[in-house]
Design a protein around this ligand. Structure first.
Ligand SMILES: Nc1nc2c(ncn2[C@@H]2O[C@H](COP(=O)(O)OP(=O)(O)OP(=O)(O)O)[C@@H](O)[C@H]2O)c(=O)[nH]1
Length: 217
Protein backbone atom coordinates (compact mmCIF):
# COMPACT_ATOMS: atom_id res chain seq x y z
CA UNK A 1 0.00 0.00 0.00
CA UNK A 2 1.31 3.49 -0.81
CA UNK A 3 2.23 5.67 2.16
CA UNK A 4 0.09 8.89 2.06
CA UNK A 5 2.81 10.72 3.99
CA UNK A 6 5.40 10.08 1.31
CA UNK A 7 5.68 11.34 -2.27
CA UNK A 8 8.20 10.13 -4.84
CA UNK A 9 9.14 12.62 -7.56
CA UNK A 10 10.63 11.14 -10.73
CA UNK A 11 12.97 13.27 -12.84
CA UNK A 12 15.01 12.52 -15.96
CA UNK A 13 18.00 14.51 -17.23
CA UNK A 14 18.54 15.13 -20.93
CA UNK A 15 21.14 17.23 -22.68
CA UNK A 16 24.19 17.49 -24.85
CA UNK A 17 27.51 15.95 -23.91
CA UNK A 18 29.22 17.76 -20.98
CA UNK A 19 26.24 20.04 -20.38
CA UNK A 20 26.38 19.23 -16.65
CA UNK A 21 23.73 16.48 -16.38
CA UNK A 22 25.52 14.29 -13.83
CA UNK A 23 26.56 17.28 -11.77
CA UNK A 24 22.96 18.59 -11.80
CA UNK A 25 21.75 15.11 -10.84
CA UNK A 26 24.08 15.09 -7.84
CA UNK A 27 22.75 18.49 -6.73
CA UNK A 28 19.16 17.26 -7.02
CA UNK A 29 19.95 14.13 -5.02
CA UNK A 30 22.24 15.80 -2.51
CA UNK A 31 24.81 13.12 -3.27
CA UNK A 32 27.76 12.20 -5.48
CA UNK A 33 26.07 9.15 -7.02
CA UNK A 34 26.69 10.19 -10.61
CA UNK A 35 30.18 10.36 -12.10
CA UNK A 36 30.73 13.99 -13.02
CA UNK A 37 34.02 15.13 -14.53
CA UNK A 38 35.35 17.50 -17.16
CA UNK A 39 36.29 15.70 -20.39
CA UNK A 40 36.78 16.56 -24.05
CA UNK A 41 34.37 13.71 -24.89
CA UNK A 42 31.20 12.08 -23.53
CA UNK A 43 31.68 10.53 -20.07
CA UNK A 44 28.29 8.91 -19.31
CA UNK A 45 27.55 5.89 -21.50
CA UNK A 46 24.61 4.23 -19.67
CA UNK A 47 21.51 5.47 -17.91
CA UNK A 48 21.53 5.24 -14.13
CA UNK A 49 18.97 5.99 -11.44
CA UNK A 50 19.79 7.75 -8.19
CA UNK A 51 17.53 8.16 -5.16
CA UNK A 52 17.64 10.98 -2.64
CA UNK A 53 17.09 10.66 1.10
CA UNK A 54 13.64 11.61 2.33
CA UNK A 55 13.22 15.36 2.61
CA UNK A 56 11.09 16.47 5.53
CA UNK A 57 9.84 20.00 6.31
CA UNK A 58 9.64 20.67 2.57
CA UNK A 59 6.00 20.03 1.84
CA UNK A 60 2.72 19.78 3.76
CA UNK A 61 -0.57 18.23 2.63
CA UNK A 62 -3.87 18.33 4.55
CA UNK A 63 -2.04 19.83 7.53
CA UNK A 64 0.54 17.04 7.67
CA UNK A 65 4.19 16.95 6.78
CA UNK A 66 4.86 14.92 3.63
CA UNK A 67 8.26 13.31 3.05
CA UNK A 68 9.60 13.89 -0.47
CA UNK A 69 11.98 11.54 -2.23
CA UNK A 70 13.53 12.38 -5.59
CA UNK A 71 14.49 9.72 -8.11
CA UNK A 72 16.75 11.05 -10.87
CA UNK A 73 17.63 9.32 -14.12
CA UNK A 74 20.99 10.37 -15.57
CA UNK A 75 21.39 9.73 -19.30
CA UNK A 76 24.25 9.74 -21.82
CA UNK A 77 24.93 12.97 -23.71
CA UNK A 78 23.05 13.42 -26.96
CA UNK A 79 24.75 13.66 -29.41
CA UNK A 80 27.42 11.38 -27.94
CA UNK A 81 31.12 11.24 -28.85
CA UNK A 82 31.20 7.42 -29.14
CA UNK A 83 27.63 6.12 -29.29
CA UNK A 84 25.24 6.52 -32.21
CA UNK A 85 22.10 8.59 -31.80
CA UNK A 86 20.01 5.44 -32.27
CA UNK A 87 21.91 3.64 -29.50
CA UNK A 88 21.46 6.51 -27.02
CA UNK A 89 17.77 6.85 -27.84
CA UNK A 90 17.20 3.12 -27.34
CA UNK A 91 19.14 3.14 -24.05
CA UNK A 92 17.11 6.09 -22.69
CA UNK A 93 13.81 4.66 -23.90
CA UNK A 94 14.49 1.35 -22.13
CA UNK A 95 15.54 3.13 -18.94
CA UNK A 96 12.40 5.29 -18.91
CA UNK A 97 10.25 2.20 -19.33
CA UNK A 98 12.19 0.24 -16.73
CA UNK A 99 12.33 2.90 -14.01
CA UNK A 100 9.26 5.06 -14.65
CA UNK A 101 7.08 2.79 -16.81
CA UNK A 102 4.44 2.28 -14.12
CA UNK A 103 5.08 5.06 -11.57
CA UNK A 104 5.48 7.69 -14.30
CA UNK A 105 7.79 10.61 -14.92
CA UNK A 106 7.04 13.97 -13.26
CA UNK A 107 9.50 16.12 -15.17
CA UNK A 108 12.21 15.93 -17.84
CA UNK A 109 15.01 18.42 -17.32
CA UNK A 110 16.83 19.64 -20.38
CA UNK A 111 20.28 20.47 -19.02
CA UNK A 112 21.76 23.29 -21.07
CA UNK A 113 24.94 25.28 -20.48
CA UNK A 114 24.04 28.97 -20.08
CA UNK A 115 27.44 29.94 -21.53
CA UNK A 116 26.83 28.05 -24.81
CA UNK A 117 24.55 29.84 -27.28
CA UNK A 118 21.38 27.90 -28.01
CA UNK A 119 21.62 27.87 -31.79
CA UNK A 120 22.54 25.50 -34.60
CA UNK A 121 21.34 22.00 -35.32
CA UNK A 122 23.02 20.08 -32.50
CA UNK A 123 21.44 22.02 -29.62
CA UNK A 124 18.03 20.89 -30.78
CA UNK A 125 18.93 17.17 -30.71
CA UNK A 126 18.14 16.65 -27.02
CA UNK A 127 14.82 18.48 -27.48
CA UNK A 128 14.00 16.17 -30.39
CA UNK A 129 14.80 13.13 -28.25
CA UNK A 130 12.53 14.45 -25.46
CA UNK A 131 9.72 14.99 -28.00
CA UNK A 132 10.14 11.49 -29.42
CA UNK A 133 10.31 9.72 -26.06
CA UNK A 134 7.73 11.76 -24.12
CA UNK A 135 5.21 12.10 -26.96
CA UNK A 136 2.80 14.89 -27.83
CA UNK A 137 2.44 16.21 -24.24
CA UNK A 138 6.23 16.65 -23.86
CA UNK A 139 5.98 20.41 -23.30
CA UNK A 140 3.91 19.95 -20.13
CA UNK A 141 6.60 17.71 -18.69
CA UNK A 142 9.78 19.56 -19.71
CA UNK A 143 11.80 22.30 -18.02
CA UNK A 144 15.25 23.73 -18.77
CA UNK A 145 17.97 23.63 -16.15
CA UNK A 146 20.66 26.13 -17.14
CA UNK A 147 24.07 25.19 -15.76
CA UNK A 148 27.16 27.46 -15.66
CA UNK A 149 24.83 30.34 -14.77
CA UNK A 150 27.66 32.06 -12.88
CA UNK A 151 29.00 33.03 -16.33
CA UNK A 152 25.91 35.21 -16.78
CA UNK A 153 26.82 37.28 -13.72
CA UNK A 154 30.48 37.36 -14.73
CA UNK A 155 29.39 38.90 -18.04
CA UNK A 156 27.48 41.62 -16.15
CA UNK A 157 24.07 40.26 -17.15
CA UNK A 158 21.19 38.99 -15.02
CA UNK A 159 18.69 36.23 -15.78
CA UNK A 160 16.10 38.56 -17.33
CA UNK A 161 18.65 40.26 -19.60
CA UNK A 162 20.11 36.90 -20.56
CA UNK A 163 16.69 35.57 -21.59
CA UNK A 164 15.78 38.84 -23.30
CA UNK A 165 18.87 38.51 -25.49
CA UNK A 166 18.45 34.77 -26.07
CA UNK A 167 18.35 33.23 -29.55
CA UNK A 168 15.01 32.85 -31.31
CA UNK A 169 15.40 29.06 -31.02
CA UNK A 170 15.64 29.30 -27.23
CA UNK A 171 12.77 31.79 -26.97
CA UNK A 172 10.56 29.51 -29.08
CA UNK A 173 11.45 26.55 -26.86
CA UNK A 174 10.79 28.53 -23.66
CA UNK A 175 7.40 29.59 -25.03
CA UNK A 176 6.51 25.96 -25.81
CA UNK A 177 7.38 24.78 -22.30
CA UNK A 178 5.51 27.67 -20.64
CA UNK A 179 8.74 29.29 -19.37
CA UNK A 180 9.67 26.47 -17.03
CA UNK A 181 13.35 27.07 -16.35
CA UNK A 182 15.78 27.31 -13.48
CA UNK A 183 19.36 28.58 -13.32
CA UNK A 184 22.09 26.75 -11.46
CA UNK A 185 24.97 28.87 -10.12
CA UNK A 186 27.97 26.84 -9.12
CA UNK A 187 29.30 29.42 -6.72
CA UNK A 188 28.27 31.70 -3.89
CA UNK A 189 25.58 29.83 -1.99
CA UNK A 190 26.21 26.56 -0.16
CA UNK A 191 25.44 23.32 -2.00
CA UNK A 192 22.45 22.89 0.34
CA UNK A 193 21.06 26.31 -0.62
CA UNK A 194 21.71 25.67 -4.33
CA UNK A 195 19.86 22.37 -4.00
CA UNK A 196 16.86 23.82 -2.14
CA UNK A 197 16.48 26.65 -4.66
CA UNK A 198 16.37 24.21 -7.58
CA UNK A 199 14.10 21.70 -5.82
CA UNK A 200 11.61 24.43 -4.82
CA UNK A 201 11.39 25.62 -8.42
CA UNK A 202 11.00 22.08 -9.74
CA UNK A 203 8.23 21.40 -7.23
CA UNK A 204 6.45 24.56 -8.43
CA UNK A 205 6.45 23.20 -12.02
CA UNK A 206 5.21 19.79 -10.87
CA UNK A 207 2.48 21.34 -8.74
CA UNK A 208 1.39 23.61 -11.62
CA UNK A 209 1.06 20.45 -13.72
CA UNK A 210 -1.25 18.97 -11.06
CA UNK A 211 1.27 16.25 -10.07
CA UNK A 212 0.44 14.50 -13.34
CA UNK A 213 2.91 11.91 -14.62
CA UNK A 214 3.82 10.43 -17.97
CA UNK A 215 3.92 6.63 -18.05
CA UNK A 216 5.87 4.49 -20.53
CA UNK A 217 4.93 1.09 -21.87
N1 LIG B 1 31.52 26.11 -13.65
C1 LIG B 1 30.59 25.17 -13.74
N2 LIG B 1 30.96 23.91 -14.03
C2 LIG B 1 29.99 22.96 -14.12
C3 LIG B 1 28.62 23.27 -13.91
N3 LIG B 1 27.91 22.13 -14.08
C4 LIG B 1 28.80 21.17 -14.38
N4 LIG B 1 30.05 21.66 -14.39
C5 LIG B 1 31.29 20.95 -14.69
O1 LIG B 1 31.24 20.50 -16.05
C6 LIG B 1 31.91 19.25 -16.18
C7 LIG B 1 30.98 18.23 -16.82
O2 LIG B 1 29.90 18.01 -15.95
P1 LIG B 1 29.10 16.65 -15.96
O3 LIG B 1 28.04 16.78 -14.93
O4 LIG B 1 30.01 15.48 -15.87
O5 LIG B 1 28.47 16.71 -17.41
P2 LIG B 1 27.59 15.61 -18.17
O6 LIG B 1 26.56 16.33 -18.96
O7 LIG B 1 27.09 14.58 -17.21
O8 LIG B 1 28.71 14.99 -19.10
P3 LIG B 1 28.66 13.71 -20.09
O9 LIG B 1 28.34 12.51 -19.27
O10 LIG B 1 30.02 13.68 -20.67
O11 LIG B 1 27.61 14.01 -21.13
C8 LIG B 1 32.36 18.85 -14.76
O12 LIG B 1 33.71 19.23 -14.60
C9 LIG B 1 31.45 19.68 -13.87
O13 LIG B 1 32.03 19.97 -12.60
C10 LIG B 1 28.26 24.63 -13.61
O14 LIG B 1 27.09 24.98 -13.41
N5 LIG B 1 29.28 25.53 -13.54
Amino acid sequence: MTDPNKIIINLALFGMTQSGKSSAGNILLGSTDFHSIFAPCSVTTCCSLGRSCHLHSFMRRAGREVALQFQVLDTPGYPHSRLSNEHVKREVKEALTHHFGQEGLNLALLVQRADVPFCGKEVTYPVQMIQELLGHAWMNYTAILFTHAEKIEEAGLNEDKYLHEASDTLITLLNSIQHKYVFHYKKGKSIYEQRMKILERIMEFIKENGYQVLTFK
